[in-house]
Design a protein around this ligand. Sequence first.
Ligand SMILES: [Zn+2]
Ligand SMILES: [Zn+2]
Length: 101
Amino acid sequence: MFCPRCGALQRPKDGRLCCTRCGCESEIGKQDKKTVTTRATRKEVVVLDGDVNVLPTTRECECPKCQNREAYWIIRQTRAADEPETRIYECTKCHTRWREY
Ligand SMILES: [Zn+2]
Ligand SMILES: [Zn+2]
């Protein structure tokens, strides 16, 4: 590490870097510290079009269109706490979407 002011070598001292020439101090690893970003917990599951491959499937349902018994499902929670969550199904065959309350 080199002093940002005079360019001389810095030595660690009391948890800080101290310049051997001009004596200025700077914090160790100030630039190396990773910025920790805390993400807010997302309660709402967003249904994305074209992203159905990662969704879980269930056989406890029946497609209203083609009677296929396998469907992707996702729970969409509304922001209001008193509203019930909605379960959305998507048929793995014909991609019909329907919802169940
Ligand atoms: Zn210096
Ligand atoms: Zn279907």
